[in-house]
Design a binder for this molecule. Sequence first.
Ligand code: ADP
Length: 380
Amino acid sequence: SSSAQRRPTGGANAPGANSGSYDKPWRQNMAGKGNAGNAGGGKNAGAAAGGAGANKKQYIGPDQELATMLERDIIDQGINIKWDDIAGLEEAKRVLNEALVLPMIMPDFFTGIRRPVKGVLLFGPPGTGKTMLAKAAATETSCTFFNVSSATLASKYRGESERMVRVLFDMAREMAPSMIFIDEVDSLCSQRGTANEHEASRRVKTELLVQIDGVHGGGGDKDKDSASADGEPPAPRHVFVLAATNFPWDIDEALRRRLEKRVYIPLPGQAQRLQLLKINLKDVDVAPGVNLESVAAQLEGYSGDDITNICRDAAMNGMRRLVAGKTPAEIKALREAGKDSFKEPVTSEDFQQAIRKINPSVSKEDIKRHEEWLGVFGST
Ligand code: ADP
C-alpha cells in the first residue's frame, strides 16, 4: 500500500564514500542535487552544513556503507503531495499540522508545556491515505523525508537493523529538519516478550525506543552534542517520527506510549468518497448522465485505494469497447485518425462494471477491531 517512490541518488559511488572516515556522503549529494529544487533544498543543505564542523562523530567501515544504502533506499526526494490531494481526513490533517508542521515553522513557540510530541501514529485499514498524509506533511514543511518501510528493513537489512536504526536517526539529525516515516511499524515493533521473539528483533525495538527518546521534537531544545567551533549557538535539530500501521493492536506498549498522538484513519464516508471520485477523475471526461453522488453511495465500505482502482478500471472501459475485436493494425489506424478518439467519456455502465469486478478490500471485522482500539488507545 505504501509503494514508496524511492529515488536513487547515485550515492554508491559518492565522493568520500570509501575514504575511511565517515564523510557523510549524503550531504554532498543533497547539496549537489538541490534537494528536489524546493525552498527546503537550500535550507536543508544549509542546516546540514551548519552541523558539519560541529558534529565530529566518526563512523567506520560498515556503518558508512549502511548510510549510503539508506540514502539510496530511504530518502524520498521530490515528493509533492498537497493537503488538497487528499480527500477528507480533516482531523488527521489538523493533528499533523499542529504536531509537525507548525513546530517546524515556529520552533520558539513550541517549548516547555507546548513542546511538540515526539511521535504520531496513524492507524487504520490499508489504503486509506496514511502514506499520503505523511508525504503531504513532509511536502508542507520541505523537510527531509525518510520513508522507512519495515518490510524493506526486514528483507534488505536483515541482521543490520539495529545499527540501521541508529544511523537513520543520525542522518535525520544531520539533515534536519527531518521526518522519519516508519510504515508497517507493527512488524518492526510488535509486542514484547512473545516466546518466539528473536533476540535480534528485541534489540531493534530497544534501539528504536532509545532513538525516539533522544529526538528533540522541534522545540527550542538545542542539540547538546553540537557546540559549534566558532561559538555560534547550535541550530535545533528537528526530527519527527511518524509511524503507520494497519495492526495497531500488535504494537509494543513502550512504543505506543512514545507515539503520543494516535490518529485513526478510517474508511471514507460519503462526502469523502465523492471527493475521491472527483480527484481521481479530474483528467477524464465523465458522461453527462452519470450521478457521482449515487456512485459514491454505492461505494460504501470501499477504501480510498479501492476507489482509485475502480476509477482507473472504469476509465479504461471506453478504450476497451473501442479496441474489442480489432487487429493491432486497425487499432493503430483508428488511433492515427484522431488521438482523441480513445477519450471516451466514462459512463454509468463503466462504473457498474468496475464495481462488479472490484470488491472492498477491508472486512467489517477489521473495522470493528480498529474502532475498539481507537476507543481504548486513540488520542488526538
Ligand atoms: P495507506 O498508507 O493508508 O495504506 P496510501 O496512502 O498508500 O494508503 O493510499 C494508497 C492509494 O489510495 C493512494 O495512492 C491514493 O491513490 C488512494 N487514496 C487512499 N486514501 C486517499 C485519500 N484520502 N485521498 C486521496 N487518495 C487516497
